[in-house]
Design a protein. Structure first.
Lengths: 368, 95
């Protein structure tokens, strides 16, 4: 029985028991990750934000938010991200977060850090989130504050991060790369490291959730992206090691609906925070399990997701694509169609990484 | 205090979910995820801040065909691994 009782901390983990369980959860339609956008209100006005505020709708009440948290826990979800907008703007933020903790959900908070003073950091420490993700838009005030359009926002962020780190909390600094900050990515990483935080860069700017394409104007330029995916920035990128997907063996390109889902401030449920197909409204469903087992819309989404690897195989650079069906649907009206930003980045990765992976066109079907 | 008399209590910050009979436990203070076996999950489910190690062992002995000495050794090792992983906190017995 020693073997049977062994758990990872005893020092004898299997190859990757977490990934095994994750796969089982996905097969049995028990998404482990949920994003709960508790408000779209924000004290920053980044011009490329993907949130679409809909004034026709009312935000969920505190009671409704607590119901969402309980439905998420009852569904068997493990990780809950409280995000926004700026989630700390909700006066009942800690009521919601404490309920998530009471239900044993592993909590992540995505914030801009602007409101995190000593007192707020104390309250966050009490709920002991697994991680606090904070958006860092530049290495200096001129760049960061230009993006947030709030003077002093970088100073507030840095102070907030220090308050959180002083309390031993894990803070991840997340940077969407834009045309305005692309020249500073190395300095941004240095700033993050000086604050004791890992830096995570995202080179993808997407259209707004309502389909408005204005944010795309702020995306990093192709010339920079060529350098970004080259060896020049290998030490800065998260995926420092070049990769190539084995599309022939992939049944699902992303975890939409099977590994993740999202609820917006108005109660609408989506298969992913990035794919805005409404499955239902939380006010109209009794349980998420029931929705997941009976939603025709979800079946449609899962079927589309299953088709994506096959669709990508049709493209020369498909194996290098980071493909989001939600972005595809918003940008070209078809969730399986290669959209310009994904196509461009895949092409650039292919050109930069194929030589590093020692892939010649003759064996391009193989993979690494 | 004898090991058997110890009351086991889960760390209040630990998050967990059971999948296919196995518990996934997130330990935020270590930013770690631990996976328990089926028997480990059964023990974890019995840890409630009130039961002693002896009481938990009695329940496991009723569920599994195992020698008492082996069970004691296994439980001791398992609880030690939970302690090292910061998944438990001290709990005094209520008087």
């Amino acid at each position: 029985m020693s073997e049977a009782m062994a758990c990872a901390p005893s020092g004898k983990p299997s190859t990757n028991p977490y990934k095994d369980l994750q796969a089982k959860a996905e097969q049995s339609r028990q998404p482990l990750q949920a994003h709960f956008e508790i408000t779209y209100r924000c004290n920053h006005t980044c011009p490329y934000c993907y949130n679409a505020i809909d004034p026709r709708h009312k935000e969920l009440t505190t009671e409704e938010c607590l119901r969402v948290v309980n439905m998420v826990a009852d569904f068997g979800t493990l990780f809950l991200t409280l995000t926004g907008g700026e989630p700390l703007l909700r006066k009942d933020f800690f009521t919601i977060a404490e309920e998530a903790k009471r239900r044993h959900l592993a909590l992540r908070i995505y914030t801009n850090g602007f409101l995190v003073d000593e007192a707020m950091a104390d309250r966050i420490k009490k709920i002991q989130p697994l991680e606090i993700g904070i958006s860092l838009h530049g290495a200096d005030a001129a760049t960061h504050d230009r993006e947030t359009r709030v003077r002093g926002s970088l100073d507030k962020l840095v102070a907030g991060v220090r308050h959180l780190k002083k309390r031993g909390l894990r803070v991840l600094l997340k940077t969407p790369i834009t045309g305005w900050n692309q020249h500073q990515v190395r300095e941004i990483k240095q700033l993050a490291e000086s604050l004791g935080c890992p830096a995570l860069f995202d080179p993808i700017i997407t259209a707004r959730d309502d389909g408005n394409r204005d944010p795309l104007r702020y995306a990093a330029g192709e010339e920079f992206l060529r350098r970004w995916f080259s060896e020049e920035y290998q030490d800065v990128r998260l995926d420092a090691k070049p990769w190539r997907r084995q599309l022939e063996q992939e049944s699902n390109n992303c975890k939409v609906g099977s590994g993740t889902y999202a609820v917006d401030p108005y109660g609408y449920i989506y298969p992913c925070v990035a794919w805005r197909r409404r499955l239902a409204n939380i006010r109209d469903v009794t349980s998420l399990s029931e929705l997941w087992n009976n939603s025709k819309e979800l079946e449609d989404v899962l079927e589309i997701a299953r088709r994506i690897p096959k669709e990508l195989q049709k493209h020369e650079a498909g194996a290098y694509a980071v493909f989001c069906p939600g972005a595809a649907e918003r940008e070209v009206g078809n969730a399986t169609k290669f959209y310009p930003a994904a196509e461009m980045q895949a092409r650039i990765r292919k050109e930069a990484w194929e030589p590093l992976l020692n892939i010649t066109p003759a064996v391009a079907g193989g993979g690494n | 205090m004898k090991f058997e008399d110890r009351i086991l209590k889960r760390h209040p910050d630990a998050s967990f979910q059971e999948i296919d009979g196995k518990a996934l436990v997130v330990v935020p203070q270590r930013a770690a995820i631990e996976v328990l076996s089926e028997v480990g999950t059964r023990v974890w489910s019995l840890i409630d801040g009130r039961r002693t190690v002896a009481e938990i062992m009695d329940r496991i002995a009723a569920d599994y065909d195992v020698e008492r000495a082996q069970l004691e050794a296994d439980i001791q090792e398992f609880v030690g691994s939970l302690d090292r992983a910061e998944m438990l906190v001290p709990q005094e017995k209520e008087s």
